[in-house]
Design a protein around this ligand. Structure first.
Ligand SMILES: [Zn+2]
Length: 63
């Protein structure tokens, strides 16, 4: 994956949660049903594949 901001290579890793609530993006403004579930809750750990740019300190995630 190439970073869309700086055009350098990104590291493929995982975004993880403790599994109790999954991983969710919540809008600061607007209704809570506009949330995006990145990874559903699981028994032990929620996981979502993510790409990290060390130069820009940004993470890209498929939802
Ligand atoms: Zn970058």
């Amino acid at each position: 994956m190439i970073c869309p901001y700086c055009q350098q290579g990104m590291q493929k890793e995982e975004l993880t949660g403790d599994g109790r609530r999954g991983i969710t993006w919540w809008p600061l403004d607007g209704p809570s049903w506009n949330r995006v579930i990145v990874a559903k809750n699981a028994l032990s750990q929620s996981r979502a594949e993510a790409f990290y740019c060390e130069s820009c300190k940004k993470i890209l995630i498929d939802v």
